[in-house]
Design a binder for this molecule. Sequence first.
Ligand code: A3P
Length: 281
Amino acid sequence: YIQDAAGKTITVHNVDGRLYPTFNPDFIRGVSSLQLRDDDVILCSFPKSGTHWSFEICRLLLNGRLDIDIKPKGCLFADWRPESELNEVDSPRIINTHVRFDRLPSDVETKKPKIVYIRRNPKDLVVSFYHHIRKIEGYHYDGDFKDFLPLFSNGVSYGSWFDYVLEWERIIANNQELSILDITYEDLKEDPIKEIRRLSDFLGVQRNEDFFEEIKEFCNFSTMKDRFKDKMGIKDGHDIFYRRGEVGDWKNWFTVAQNEWFDQLYREKMADSKLKFKFTL
Ligand code: A3P
């Protein structure tokens, strides 16, 4: 367990020194030994960064059409599924995970698959994570936002967001031989066509501008939410993974004092970082 500022507990698993949701520890450990196929794409994110959204865009781009079976990203969520189930999914697979870089499949070093990395501003992310953790039964949490927010500096499940994004910043700067596309939730929201085009170029698929427009419409928040109704595979998953879908919702949750506290924390933790995040559009 870990506790929020009011002493309310959140149930997590400690697996080899890191905190995770209460998934099977063997599946979490198994991520690092997954056997990759040559055409696998790896989608990496800290939870609540827009994983479902970017997964769906990549899936449509790779398939080249909209009228394919609905497959939620959970089918290829490596932290949660055994390798045998991931292997049942046809290529091209978009293996998605929230584990840290050093726990990615070791095949990443040798096969050098395409890696899509999506990140999101931490204020919206913590609000989204708060709702997520309250709704997912495994966490057994019913605390208040004001008591949850202080946990953000050290992290809850999957550890500290700061450590996660700072590590990726270093990886991208120092590993030119890896093939990584860095995208943000906010850019995807602000100019979806531009980001869908970047993803298409990165994935190396030849799709035209009309198709980008179609994907944009097909993946906008309300359309996508509607399409995935009853398809999430976990109880209440729909409400958890499709909540508001906005940039700046944090303003409805942060008090002035909380915002000042957060800005100070951000300045300290990100002092040596060049990363930029948009907190509003
Ligand atoms: P909110 O809780 O702020 O609404 P993840 O997929 O990484 O778990 O991230 C979930 C967040 O992405 C949720 O944020 C969810 O509403 C948002 N989201 C899901 N689909 C989206 C879409 N098509 N467009 C915009 N945001 C989306």
